[in-house]
Write a protein that binds this ligand. Sequence first.
Ligand SMILES: [Zn+2]
Length: 582
Amino acid sequence: MPRFPSPVRPFLLGAALSTLGACASQPPMTSSTAPAAIAVPAIQRPQGETPQWWFRSGAAQAALASAQANAGGQRAKNVIVFLGDGMSIPTIAAAHVLAGQRAGVDGESYRLSFERFPFSALSRTYETDQQTPDSAGTMTAIMTGVKTRAGFIGVSQVPRRQDCAGTRGQELVSALELAAAAGMSTGAVTTTRITHATPAATYGHLPERNWEVDADLSEAAKAAGCKDFAAQLIDFPVAGGLTVAMGGGRTEFMPAGADDPEYPTRVGQRLDGRNLIGEWTSSHPDGKYVWNAAQLKALDLSRTPRLLGLFEPSHMNYEHERPRDKAGEPSLAEMTASAIEVLKQNPNGFFLMVEGGRIDHALHAGNAYRALDETVSFAAAVQAALEHTDPAETLIVVTADHSHTLTFAGYPRRGNPILGKVTGATDSYDDESAPGLARDATGLPYTTLGFANGPGYTGASDQQPEGSKRFPHNPREYSAIGKGRPDLREVDTTDPDYLQEAILPLKSETHGGEDVAIFATGPGAAAFHGELEQNVIFHVIVQHAPRLRAELCKLGSCNADGVPVERPTRQAWLQQAGAAAR
Ligand SMILES: [Zn+2]
């Protein structure tokens, strides 16, 4: 039953499609498999946005996109969501050039695995309270179909940040939780701590992303019923927990003072004395716990019913440092392939989330090398998934949670090293030491990649006095501009540790507010087209994965056409799954 007061503005599919048909030269798209219109109330924004409004408007946009693409009849048994954290479009573009150049082929035309997918869309990433978003609210939108605030994980926008009591009843049900209740296998794999924002949004619920281990919570928060993400992962209340969880963050699962197996200087962090790894192994005697690459490699995965891998005390290493890891840790591609081998044993299918989590960290550090290297490694993980799944039954969605400030600019000639200095620009002039090197207005060379802000700030100013600059500069002034930039002639900008220059001095480079890309393949993937609000991703997935959709219908979410339009409560999910509500 619609809960909304009028006025209601229906997303009338027929009307929308006939308008498209009238002004487009292509034949109009048919809507034979389309459900009837999903009514979405007209609201004042942002004041009128409620969690239920987000859910319903996301459902309506997904149903419309699916009908426009004639994808309504497509059914996915398995779903994999690949999340490149902070993987902006310039990051993808620079990474594919790097990947091609490393392979000794043309970089500009090179395609990363997911850039070969048949369907793509843009994703609007703003949160209910932030123009430029963070990873917590954005992943919550992707996983639950509801946009929320920055810093919130699996919780609607209603409570205040860190308000544990106010969170009750405002938990959002994730696609992974639906999958667990629907008898599918479930997995979360990341290169960050498994308790970090992106993976936590698959299984966790807190109005504070930083509460990863109990030591991070105040006594008041604990007393008000909040529980850290490490404990939430191990205590996951349905189906005995996630089938597969792999990443870093080991010491968050170990009692305070307990010795880390890999590093003598690292110890467990838990103040509640719980040994969550020990609890997991004793409650899953047939499951396998591993903490290094050799142990993972030694497993007979097709006979491993459940897998927990914690490969570092905190985040896993960057791919660039991975070969030097003390105990050896698996690549993201190896973790992805291993996870799928465990998950695919279930005839009901699986839901898997794989995060390339350190793309974001490298960008925050202002270091393009590691960001691109992590993106190439992320693309290899997508390739591994393609090789280990049946394309006829697996929907694979690759996206990012938010952008960053990396820019890919200047007029470098075709084939110029992507991490190098710009050569061949129209305003360049030759000198004997560096022929073809492009020069800025002061005569200094510059790189193709740069940042709008971050640690790469090089100080000083141009010939204007310190402080804000006047627009427009007199072009004639350029020849007189002083020493505002470093002289890069003797600097190797392709060095992995080089920091690209940034305009604003910030200790940590920031996220960006523009759209990110969605790439998709498999059943339902055709529904990804146009420019979608980020929470629509969830709705496209559940509308094309019959088990997830049926689970939502059981929770009373579906309309007469079987489209999930009502936001389910976590309490209902717990009861439906037969778990003890806590
Ligand atoms: Zn970030």
